[in-house]
Design a protein around this ligand. Structure first.
Ligand SMILES: Cc1ncc(COP(=O)(O)O)c(C=O)c1O
Length: 381
């Protein structure tokens, strides 16, 4: 079992930060590596041709290990989730009447790109609404997703855990159903990968797109994406000098080569050799591999289990622990009119959480303690 790891961050004792889902704090080591690498460009003669490529391969192999993907060439370096989704979307052929399954209140970067297709390709977005707050909500929601997948489904575009309240979706079952109709499974892992185990080998997504600045403990503006076989011969949304073959040979760059790099390397964003951000994200993922997502879940469960039980007994709705994550969960108020008072209490106590609709979103990590969660709970009761 992991012990508290706050000493590895520069976080003060106050405020109490229960908002990793908004933005992960920087590890001291990530900060140090960022500053060191920022200074490198003051001496550009020290940046070699090899530096344009070597670190990216380390990032790919670290991320591949984190998500249990056998081949690092399936990993692309992206600046944002919307970018990663755009690359997937560009390589799917849509016909009039095709359906795309999404969830109610899904994060916009995994919604807007699909929504545009309604007008452009006459496809239909099937938004699976969340059942009312109450017993078996997540179980029923999962069933509704499965029921919505049918012969018209072209894409199932989901998160692993809902960004507003951590509701878990059973991606193995959803994959099996999608397989029956040959539909693509595109996952936004931004609010789960890093803190929650994910296995590409078991879930077999067609794409898994992750922003890097939350649970991967990386900097803002750098993310990583897995693309499976169905995308390995696709066309990226941009042609840059590095996603074409032969770019390692700087003298030969204008012997233009129309061939893209293999597999997912073609989807790397332009200027993906980000000398400052790439080493920072590598270090964030390196630390996660040492802790492991399994142990992060266990740690988060250990500091939240009892305090949340008290909240439930006091009448607040929190999803059953088997159907939500332990690092991110929503507390739903029995009465929406209480929101203002509780929000003020939380703010006065110097606690940071997020407010999403009628839910208070709490997210924790290995730098939090049980007594911090207890302080939060005392604002409700
Ligand atoms: C589920 C989810 N996906 C993606 C993002 C970020 O998207 P992008 O990288 O396109 O800004 C967020 C940010 O809150 C998120 O919660």
């Amino acid at each position: 079992m992991l012990t508290n790891q706050k000493h590895l961050f520069s976080l003060p004792d106050l405020p109490i930060y229960l908002n990793n889902a908004y933005m992960g704090p920087q590890l001291k080591s990530v900060e140090r590596i960022g500053i060191e690498n920022l200074k490198r460009k003051s001496r550009p003669f020290e940046i070699t041709a090899n530096d344009f490529f070597a670190e990216k391969e380390v990032l790919r192999s670290h991320f591949a290990q984190l998500i249990d993907a056998a081949d690092p060439q399936c990993i692309a370096i992206i600046p944002s989730v919307s970018y990663g989704i755009a690359n997937a979307l560009k390589n799917i052929t849509f016909d009039k009447g095709d359906e795309i399954v999404v969830l109610e209140e899904q994060f916009p970067s995994n919604f807007y790109p699909w929504k545009v297709l309604e007008r452009e390709k006459e496809v239909r977005i099937r938004t699976i609404m969340a059942p009312p707050i109450g017993k078996d909500r997540a179980k029923l929601w999962n069933q509704l997703v499965l029921d919505a997948i049918g012969h018209k489904t072209k894409v199932v575009a989901l998160p692993h855990a809902h960004w507003a309240d951590g509701t878990l979706f059973d991606l193995e079952k959803i994959r099996a159903k999608a397989d029956e109709v040959n539909a693509y499974l595109i996952i936004d892992g931004t609010q789960s990968v890093g803190a929650l185990p994910f296995s590409v080998a078991e879930i077999r997504p067609d794409a898994l797109i992750c922003g890097g600045y939350k649970w991967l403990l990386g900097p803002y503006s750098l993310g990583v994406a897995y693309y499976g076989e169905r995308f390995h011969h696709g066309k990226p949304i941009e042609d840059n000098w590095m996603n074409h073959q032969g770019s390692e040979d700087f003298r030969n760059l204008v012997n233009y080569n129309p061939e893209f790099k293999p597999k997912a390397l073609r989807y790397d964003v332009g200027e993906s050799s980000n000398f400052v951000l790439t080493p920072m994200l590598i270090e964030g993922i390196r630390q996660l591999l040492e802790w492991t997502p399994e142990r992060i879940q266990d740690y988060c469960r250990s500091i939240t289990e009892e305090p949340l039980q008290r909240l439930k007994e006091a009448g607040y709705f929190i999803e059953d622990a088997n159907y939500r994550t332990h690092h991110l969960f929503g507390v739903y108020l029995p009465n929406a009119s209480q929101m203002e008072t509780i929000q003020k209490k939380i703010q006065d106590a110097g606690i940071f959480v997020s407010y999403r609709g009628n839910a208070i979103r709490v997210s924790c990590h290995v730098y939090n303690t049980k007594s911090e969660v207890e302080k939060l709970v005392s604002c409700f009761i």
